[in-house]
Design a protein around this ligand. Structure first.
Ligand code: FAD
Length: 283
């Protein structure tokens, strides 16, 4: 079991990691793609760094973390399950137990499709390697929203799932021969208690499952019952969410969507989480 598991290695997540290590805690930090700051042409408003590109600044943050033996692991966190005193975190099929979790995923651009939230776990999945086996010899739609979607569709077909790949991009040539291909957008998931079909373009495709292979997961889909305010996660002054032991930091908690705010929130969350862990140890 790890003390603190951090979702996202942008400025907020890395700041949380550095501060958790400073407080003597064990940390695992996961990141699934390049972060926002790397796109900034020039940053002038982070104290101590004037006229620096976002990419160079991000590299400095990473170097700092690495110098403190923090290893940024590649992986998408797809689910967090509260277990009383700890959390079971699913990272693309790998399960890690953590005493505290810090969400630092950046601004959420994920819009759930109609039917998605209701049927999550009832045919809707965010992870082919986690849930693929459940749909062996059954029909599954893969909705292409990330660079890994092709690979995951091929994986599903290799374990015996009858896959239909729905994509807005014409990239069917890289799919296994047995996979059906539909060029268009997925707009709706249909089903009462379990997934029964999807709407893709003008067509209704019968299916037992839908794999929504996006780079990001909506925060509310990551952990059940998480309180939001508009598009952001609601937090208190310690950056703790309504779920005790789960913190949120950085752009994901709201405006201003700025680097220095993200870094400060990472510090606050890590220090509070560390304090709570120490209190439990004392008792
Ligand atoms: C073009 C541009 C210019 C900017 N210029 C400035 C500026 O000059 N000054 C300033 O202060 N701010 C600027 N910003 C804003 C700044 O980049 C953000 O405020 C900051 O990056 C927020 O940090 P964060 O850690 O909250 O999120 P992010 O930097 O977005 O990092 C979140 C990370 O979490 C990862 N992630 C998401 N979901 C998961 C998951 N399920 N599992 C694992 N990892 C996950 C993402 O891949 C990402 O790497 C700029 C932003 C842009 C886009």
């Amino acid at each position: 079991m790890v003390d603190i598991l951090i979702v996202g290695a942008g400025p907020a997540g890395l700041s949380a990691a550095v501060n958790a290590i400073t407080r003597g805690k064990t940390v695992r930090i996961f990141n699934n793609k390049e972060n926002y700051l790397s796109k900034a042409e020039r940053v002038d408003n982070h104290l101590g760094f004037y006229n620096i590109s976002g990419k160079d600044l991000m590299n400095k943050f990473k170097e700092h973390a690495e110098a403190m033996n923090i290893k940024i692991e590649e992986g998408k966190v797809v689910n967090i399950l509260p277990m009383g005193e700890s959390f079971m975190v699913n990272i693309n099929g790998e399960i890690e137990e953590a005493k505290k979790v810090i969400l630092a995923m950046g601004i959420s651009k994920v819009k759930e499709l109609p039917g998605e939230g209701k049927l999550l776990g009832m045919g809707v999945s965010y992870c082919a390697t986690c849930d693929g086996m459940l749909y062996r010899n059954k029909d599954a739609v893969v909705w292409d929203q990330s660079k890994d979607a092709l690979e995951e569709a091929n994986y599903l077909s290799s374990i015996g799932v009858n896959v239909t790949f729905v994509s807005k991009n014409p990239r069917s040539e890289h799919l296994n021969k047995s996979i059906k291909y539909y060029n268009g957008a997925l707009t709706k998931i249909i089903g009462e208690d379990v997934v029964e079909a999807v709407i893709a373009g003008q067509e209704k495709i019968a299916s037992d499952a839908v794999f929504m292979l996006r780079d990001a997961v909506a925060p509310t889909a990551l952990i059940d019952g998480l309180k939001t305010e508009g598009n952001f996660i609601a937090v208190d002054r310690n950056m703790e969410t309504n779920i005790s032991g789960v913190y949120a930091t950085g752009d994901i908690t709201g405006k201003p969507l700025q680097l220095s705010k993200a870094v400060s929130e990472g510090l606050i969350a890590a220090q509070h989480a560390a304090l709570q862990i120490d209190k439990i140890k004392e008792n």
